[in-house]
Design a protein around this ligand. Structure first.
Ligand SMILES: O=c1[nH]cnc2c1ncn2[C@@H]1O[C@H](COP(=O)(O)OP(=O)(O)O)[C@@H](O)[C@H]1O
Ligand SMILES: [Ca+2]
Length: 509
């Protein structure tokens, strides 16, 4: 039977209403999803860079770091992307021709221009920190150390980076920034330990102490259990919502090169042109120009008038004798505190684990004593150094033809010095020895003071924990979408059930 014309019109009208409603419904969902995604899309990946030059006593290294801009205040996000070794000696060695100090940095600075994208260079901070070599030069001749720094400054300013200055950092800073670096890289600042307060007996994950051995100074830094008796050795940090009382000391003249200078200065006889030295392998000889030996601040205590200008050092490879000589440079006789390391310097009881880096690592790595998977006892380490010292120089040279002669010839001394510094100087024993990890890199970044220095100067370590977002971006979008769908579905159901009766009444359905 044919339907009346009015009924047909109503049905087509009803169909159109549903099509429009369906269309609007889909449009609403698409709009909600799109708005949620666009509105909350994380900012485009914005990488920031920072450059630090470590002007050490023996050489200069340039480090380039990068990090995602939007995660600046998170911990563990800064990564070392490049390291460039400057050719030649440390900047303090250019005191006779200071203009060459700045020029020496050119190769690495040019390399940095190639690593940091051009559009980021203007905003990339560039720092230079000089350590113990320049500290010594500034003590002996401040005018010359200023000239060296100006030469460096003039050259660094030529580059398109955001130059932030070149300065001599203090031994305290060197220790502190080394400690910050390794604990940042080890992720020691991240733990949210609020739950630990419910268990007063339990301690949170402790920070690592830092042991840094350079050529002219050495630093020890750690969080002790007891009070720090001397204010000079005490630092207070508030990092990511936690407070740290840190002990630090930098021993100027106790880096391994200056320690060796001290030995030479103390053992050379005024009229002898030969020095039989037990800290070098048998068969090794070296000529040492001794005219300037006693001008150095580190050797002043051994000053004597010499009748010779050159001394030939002849290795005798006697570890026991070498150890005896080395121990003489640690003065353990006077201490005005409850306890001391050496030279009357206060040191609290050693506490926790330690990361030992820079020359500690280079030397122990060479002697195969730095393998974390195969840790060696203090006794094993002593035996290894003793054996190395007793080997003839010719044999050593043949076995390690690629190793720089300067380093190779000094591994007997350096190994003996490191063990003495750690055991007799700082007081590590057979038990606490196991708490020392000799580390070169941590998560791809070199262990050293430079990263901590940059983190501090760029204000990248907040004192308080940044308020954490309850949801990740993805979680937030998913929640938004699901809630919107539920909302639309509920509205639709309500509308349909309300509308059904009216529509029935009006004969729309
Ligand atoms: O491959 C290596 N083997 C042994 N020693 C090394 C090696 N590379 C660097 N060194 C030593 O590490 C030390 C680095 O000291 P640096 O130049 O940082 O002095 P500083 O920190 O006292 O100013 C120097 O004694 C240098 O000879
Ligand atoms: Ca150093």
């Amino acid at each position: 039977m044919e339907q009346p014309r009015g009924t047909k019109q109503k049905k087509s009208c009803q169909k159109n209403v549903f099509i429009i409603l369906g269309f609007l419904f889909i449009l609403a969902i698409i709009t909600i999803i799109t708005v949620a995604i666009i509105q909350n899309k994380p900012l485009e990946k914005n990488v920031k860079y920072g450059i630090v030059l470590d002007a050490g006593s023996s050489h200069t290294n340039l480090y380039i770091y990068e990090w995602p801009a939007e995660k600046e205040n998170d911990t563990g996000v800064v990564k070392q992307v490049d390291m460039c070794k400057v050719d030649g000696p440390g900047i303090s060695s250019y005191y006779k021709e200071p203009e060459k100090a700045g020029l020496s940095l050119k190769k690495c600075m040019d390399e940095a221009k190639g690593v940091v994208p051009e559009n980021r260079q203007r905003e990339t901070p560039l720092y230079l920190g000089a350590t113990a070599g320049m500290r010594l030069l500034s003590m002996v001749n401040p005018g010359l150390s200023d000239q060296v720094l100006s030469s460096v400054e003039n050259n660094l300013e030529l580059y398109p980076f955001d130059y932030q200055g070149a300065r001599i950092i203090t031994g305290q800073e060197e220790g502190a920034y080394g400690w910050i670096t390794i604990n940042y890289l080890l992720g020691k600042f991240v733990q949210d330990e609020s739950w630990l307060s419910f268990f007063p007996g339990l301690k949170g994950s402790e920070t690592f102490g830092a042991l840094d051995l350079g050529g002219a100074s050495t630093q020890i830094t750690f969080v002790p259990e007891n009070d720090i008796e001397s204010p000079d050795n005490s630092l207070h940090f508030r990092l990511y919502g936690r407070s740290y009382n840190v002990y630090t000391h930098s021993f100027l003249c106790y880096g391994k090169d200056q320690a060796l200078q001290q030995l030479f200065a103390s053992n050379i006889k005024p009229t002898d042109t030969i020095l039989q030295d037990p800290c070098f392998n048998v068969g090794y000889t070296r000529n040492v120009n001794v005219t300037g030996l006693y001008k150095n601040h580190c050797t002043a205590a051994y000053r004597k008038s010499l009748n010779v200008t050159n001394v030939q050092v002849i290795g005798t490879g006697n570890h026991d004798q070498c150890l005896q000589n080395v121990l003489e440079i640690f003065n353990r006789s006077q201490c005005t505190y409850s306890r001391c390391s050496f030279n009357g310097v206060f040191q609290p009881h050693l506490q926790g684990d330690f990361g030992a880096f820079s020359a500690f690592f280079f030397v122990m790595d060479f002697l195969k004593l730095a393998d974390i998977k195969n840790p060696k006892s203090l006794e094993d380490a002593k035996e290894t150094v003793r054996k190395f010292c007793s080997r003839p120089w010719q044999e050593v040279k043949v076995e390690f033809p690629k190793t720089k002669e300067k380093y190779l010839s000094e591994y007997c001394f350096s190994g003996t010095y490191i063990l003495s510094l750690l055991e007799v100087g700082y007081g590590f024993n057979s038990t606490s020895w196991d708490s020392i990890r000799f580390v070169g890199k941590i998560s791809g970044s070199d262990a050293g003071w430079t990263l901590g220095y940059m983190l501090n100067l760029t204000n990248m370590i907040p004192a308080e924990l940044p308020p954490s977002r309850p949801l990740s971006h993805e979680g937030y979008v998913a929640l938004m979408v699901v809630s919107s769908l539920v909302l639309v579905a509920v509205l639709l159901i309500i509308w349909l059930s309300c509308c059904k009766e009216k529509c029935l009444e009006k004969g729309i359905i």
